[in-house]
Design a protein around this ligand. Structure first.
Ligand code: BGC
Length: 451
């Protein structure tokens, strides 16, 4: 028993602790699926999707670019000015996608995006500028060119059926045509991991060839040699570049049962209640949209067992999303022995009296569940590192979860050191610029290379 917590706590948390052997096994399976995903279009749980982006920014890009970034509930629009200033100047406005739009029709979603863009361009006096646009669409898509992306399935709580299998660039262009008085041109469409990788490569240089997003969902992309994407017929597609960024979509790993033996009853309940039941298990084990819910379920069980809050029942813990993921970051940000945030959270959970033992339990649950997520992400990154066989690489890691979680970066680094062969030198670099800036940069690369 650790930290003198009641034995019931340790009995539950034990199920969330993954030893090195287990992580190594997961990592090896991830690597196998990645290799299969590069070789075949179907059959692998990791899709390894071609992005048609042949190169990362090299710092010579100049001009004004706009990025539209749809990631979860947030729609961000950015104006990026590349004039050699370091870091580049940017202006960003955040718009919130309403719940009914997330589950409504394609027309509602794309009209909403266009209305926000129109407002943005007006605000910055750019209505007549006809600026090039990079579009981040952070859902799994099959790309047919750098400007054409067919939506395969939704994730992160979106469920707009009439968009499935459609080209999201065509949908955006139609909405632009119908609703906008001004002309703009979409230069590139990409997954958020590609945008983030581009922003990190711009900042950290050419050694940065892997981007990992740990936000609402969790996914990665990396620079691959085109000839190693054996399922991709470059000649038939008229693709003449030596390299291409591949989007792994590793969040689907587990759909063939690969993670069944580590799923706890709490994970299964969170999965059952999700919009995409049985899918995106890595998002559910590691992403910000779900881990608060897993913590809530564990705390609710401990409350039911009479261990948490000394027998007083806490009904709030039975309400969905009453323990948002930001609570985890707040609890873990406190120094040991300080429980200000924890005390406030217990008040918000409407518990009448609470004390140190409760705070210690909450803290331990938050720590163990975050640590499990970071360990699984580390196992997946280690798989990519072995696959790439590079001697030295920088990995741009970003996304709302890792950015605001006080211990995630450190946990990820430690696990990755444990799981990566010593012959591979890696550095985790914070990619806090995010996908939006990278999308504008990719639009610039597309112009530079006349794509
Ligand atoms: C999506 C990915 C995305 C990731 C991070 C997942 O739910 O399927 O395409 O890259 O979240 O935002």
């Amino acid at each position: 028993m650790r930290k003198n917590l009641p034995k019931e706590v340790e009995e539950i948390l034990e199920k969330f602790r993954l030893d090195r052997e287990k992580l190594q096994e997961i990592s090896e399976k991830v690597e196998q699926q990645m290799k299969m995903g590069l070789a075949k279009t179907k059959g692998s749980s990791i899709a390894m999707l071609p992005s048609y982006v042949p190169a990362l920014p090299d710092g010579t890009e100049r001009g004004k670019y706009v990025a539209i970034d749809l990631s979860g509930k947030n729609l961000r629009i950015m104006l990026l000015t590349l004039d050699g200033t370091d870091p580049p100047k940017h202006n960003t406005v955040n718009y919130i996608v309403a719940n009914h739009v997330m589950k409504g029709t394609g027309d509602q979603l794309f009209t909403f995006i266009v209305n926000c863009l129109q407002r943005f361009l007006q605000e910055f006096g750019l209505v007549d500028a006809n600026l090039p646009i990079g579009f981040v669409f952070s859902y799994p898509c099959e790309l047919l060119s750098i400007r054409s992306a067919r939506l395969l399935w939704w994730t992160k709580g979106f469920d707009i059926k009439d968009c499935l299998q459609k080209d999201v660039v065509a949908l955006l262009e139609e909405a632009l045509e119908m609703n906008m008085s001004t002309k703009v041109s979409i230069k590139a469409v990409m997954n958020d991991t590609v945008g983030q990788l581009a922003a990190a490569a711009h900042k950290y240089g050419p050694e940065c060839t892997i981007g990992v997003v740990i936000g609402y969902g969790c996914n990665s992309s990396y620079l691959e040699r085109t000839e190693r994407i054996t399922k991709f017929d470059a000649a038939a597609r008229g693709y003449q570049h030596d390299n291409m960024i591949v989007v792994t979509e590793w969040e689907e790993f587990g759909k063939h049962g690969e993670l069944d033996d580590i799923l706890t009853t709490f994970d299964r309940e969170v999965d059952a209640a999700s919009v995409h039941k049985g899918k995106q298990l890595i998002d559910k084990l590691c992403g910000a949209l779900y881990i608060g819910e897993v913590v809530r379920k564990v705390l609710s069980q401990l409350n039911l067992d009479g261990v948490l809050f000394g027998g007083q029942s806490c009904e709030k813990l039975d309400e969905e999303e009453s323990f948002p993921t930001k609570y985890i970051s707040e609890v873990l940000a406190e120094e040991e022995g300080v429980f200000k945030a924890c005390r406030r959270i217990c008040d918000e959970l409407e518990v009448e009296s609470h004390g140190t033992v409760d705070y210690l339990i909450i803290r331990e649950v938050c720590d163990v569940i975050s640590r499990r997520g970071a360990s699984i992400v580390a196992a997946a990154i280690a798989a990519l590192l072995r696959h790439l066989e590079l001697s030295s690489v920088k990995i741009g890691v970003g996304g709302a979860l890792i950015q605001f979680h006080p211990t995630y970066h450190q946990m990820l680094k430690e696990k990755l050191e444990e799981l990566t062969p010593i012959t591979i030198k890696f550095e985790l670099v914070p990619a806090d610029e995010g996908s939006c800036q990278g999308a504008a940069l990719i639009a610039a690369v597309a112009e530079r290379l006349h794509l």
